[in-house]
Design a protein around this ligand. Sequence first.
Ligand SMILES: Nc1ncnc2c1ncn2[C@@H]1O[C@H](COP(=O)(O)OP(=O)(O)OP(=O)(O)O)[C@@H](O)[C@H]1O
Length: 534
Amino acid sequence: MSVVRVEHLQLNYERDAQRVEALRGISFDVNAGERVAIIGRSGGGKSSLMRVLSGLLSPSAGTVEAAGFRMEAGRLPPRAMYEQVGLVFQNYGLVPQLSALQNVLCGRLLHQRSASSLLHFPGEDRDQARALLEELGLGERLHTRSSRLSGGEQQRVAIARLLHQNPRVMLLDEPIASLDVHWARMAIERLAGGGPQSAERALIMVMHDLNMARQFATRVIVLHHGEILFDGDPDQGCRLLEELESRDATDGEVEIAVNEAAADATAPSDASAPAPLPIDGLWGKTSFYVVLMLLIAGLYIWSAMGVDFSVARIFGNADHAANFLSRMLPPDFSVSANVGKSLLETVQMALIGTTLAAIVSLPIATLAARNISARPFQVVARLILNLLRTIPSIIWGLFFVAIVGLGPFPGILALTFYAAGYLGKFYYEGIESIDPRPLQALRTVGATPLQRFRFGVFPQVLPLMLGYTLYMLEYNVRAASILGVVGAGGIGFYLYTYINNFQYDRAATALLFLLAVVTVLDAASSRLRARLAG
Ligand SMILES: Nc1ncnc2c1ncn2[C@@H]1O[C@H](COP(=O)(O)OP(=O)(O)OP(=O)(O)O)[C@@H](O)[C@H]1O
């Protein structure tokens, strides 16, 4: 009984405004119980075929039917197909920050319908995932982050995930390339299912190792330049490819020899003679840089004149500066109690403001990220974040003092709004920089968009987000220290009052306290951020 039917399948890519025909109208059927190896030279279209069979790309023309689900031009399959069709990616497609066990559990995402599955998987699923990993020799690595596993171990985790998904059609893009013969045999036998299951399953595997293809496949398809060159007996197919490869290798040698001869013939007779200097080009470049430097210098002079910038004014008023500094010393520590209390309030404001900003900005950033959100949401979310960022925290402070009155509360709101603008930008840029391959893999286990965010995006971006949030906290302590100027709480109130009343020795105490707190916080935050980055 055929479980995969491919008819006149074409797949084109666009590259540099040119059409690349990766698959040129191929047709074949695969029956339950078959183990088909797709082999061929590099660029022949093997991975492209896998992407279409797994529903990651829709055909440019022709149709594909996998386990009863039909795909055609512009039509991707429904999520339900992944109950029947699964894929092991060439690059494994594991989420690097999740453990081996968690990655395998992702194979069951299609079956997890309750919201609680975003936090934990049922015990039965966990037991089965554990057993699969033990079977594949990874019993000691259950809780190891997949990024810390070797290539062969990662490949076995990806195979265990597919086994946990347990589809009828198993697609495998070089599934055993990193495995030794023992684990390769073990994995293929396990995938084929053994017993009654083997009659129901179909394995379609891209393979580079022809010995493995001979050993493990019941049928071989040779893909060459997007066309099927051969479909049938494994030994015959592998021999054909070997011939093709040796013929191409010989052609290559001839080509290289011909090219070398041609290069010799055109080489200048005195190879050691220096090449003449392109005088015109050199002068052109130099004059360009001279003009550029003059323009930049002009820009600085224009700006300095515009703001009446004068070095003489700094040095000419040195006695004022000395007077100002001398009045700060020695600091008046009699105000330590008040200053200490307001400094504590400053830190509390920054802590609450930053936390609220992180909570507010995460959903907005998710909507703003190009790789996971739709265009209209991106535009609106980015506009909101731009607006929040454009207004300085002190102006937000003024707004909120006018709305809710004096005290630290409007200060917290000001910090929340201002920091949310920055954090949102940092977060969405972080989300856009994640590795897209694990997300694709989660699509092929039938994960919902929310599940893809929870298990694919969030673990990848979390260390980065925590780092940014800590950095924002550092920044917010400084920002909170000035909000008191507009009556929005914190140490700024005392700083402003002391300076206005010419009590510079008291202001010095407030500044020293602030410096101490900021220094301690910076050191702690840098350490934490370094650990998160590692
Ligand atoms: N995203 C893409 N955009 C443009 N062209 C692509 C893209 N992916 C693949 N191609 C082109 O399509 C053709 C088939 O590529 P494909 O990756 O399917 O080959 P392959 O047989 O899997 O190669 P390999 O054995 O090296 O992995 C190649 O010419 C390749 O350059």
